[in-house]
Design a protein around this ligand. Sequence first.
Ligand code: SAM
Length: 374
Amino acid sequence: MSDREGRLSLLARAAAQPHALARGELAQLLAIEDEEGLQALFASAYELKVKYCGKRVAMRGLVEAGNVCAKDCLYCGIRKSNGNVSRYQLTADEIVRLAELDAKQGYASLVIQSGEIESEAHTRFIEDVLRRIAPLDLGVTLSLGEQTEEVYRRWKEAGAARYLLRIETSNPDLYATLHPSGHSWERRVECLRALQRCGYQVGTGVMCGLPGQTYDDLARDISFYAEMDVDMIGMGPFIPHPDTPLGTGNQPFATNHQALTLGLKMIAVTRLHLHDVNIAAATALQALAPDGRERGIRAGANVIMPNITDTKYRRSYQLYAGKPCLDENAGLCKGCLEMRLAAIGETIDYGRRGDSLHYRRRTSGSASLPKEDA
Ligand code: SAM
């Protein structure tokens, strides 16, 4: 069998049923570099995306609620030790107003993300926000880092439906090179398990293109998603931030195009391995190319999270260099996205929460398409 035939047979096996490929085979697909091979990979993944999610893209307005963070991740622009960031925290009124704007835009889902704070005052603050936005009937995702199971349970009871906590890398040794002591990979895994016990739709993900990361690491990440049986994936390219320890001398790619291609390959191989999960086309893709998110959709992603945070705060929530849409308000973002998606034959799935199909199958035991998406 030629290389080309071998590759096509891997793609056919992966598309026929979930979890069909071994880790080495996932790594083989991730290593594809020639244009013909990449087009075949993206086309197979996009076909599966259309099979499970239609030609529709689910939207979640993203609120960057605050950049105060107790963690000191060596790659992150809002790490505790970065003294060049002006710190902010939105008030409950400000978040509620953004949730109302999100509902008015027709997105039906909202993501509240911030730096990591573990305190009773913060737990109560989020509970209060969740209770106040409950009448809007939005599918709310939280991305507020590592917390105790008790805190996750309280936020679930207050109205959150989904939680996104990236594992960053499934390789504990690589994780240790990206975080100072006191940051625990094992705790992150335990948090993911706690979130599942609390009944959330659980999302995780990694950064791709990290210094020292191999195709085998990335294949292991995709196997990790399968083993953890997660419902949603949010991953994106690592982009160095100049004010961080990993900010200089750590650009693993000569060009943005190479970094973007790796991000797209991760989306495609993840779709091919997991089939029915929600996969976000991360904003970091757009930082590498203006049409990065649309290309993410064409590679198998089905979710976009447009930033709806007031523009005055956006510069203070720069996780990496080159963050896009710093001066674009939510209305402009919506119009721009509608046009961009129409150009690739996709529409925005207004008015629907876009729950993870995997979650609904996992919890209902039904193999058929759920009513909302049928
Ligand atoms: N505090 C929450 C947590 O720890 O999950 C959510 C906020 S955290 C800033 C969101 C994500 O930003 C991280 O999980 C990480 O993957 C991503 N991120 C941070 N720095 C990045 C960088 N330099 N390039 C790409 N992504 C980055």
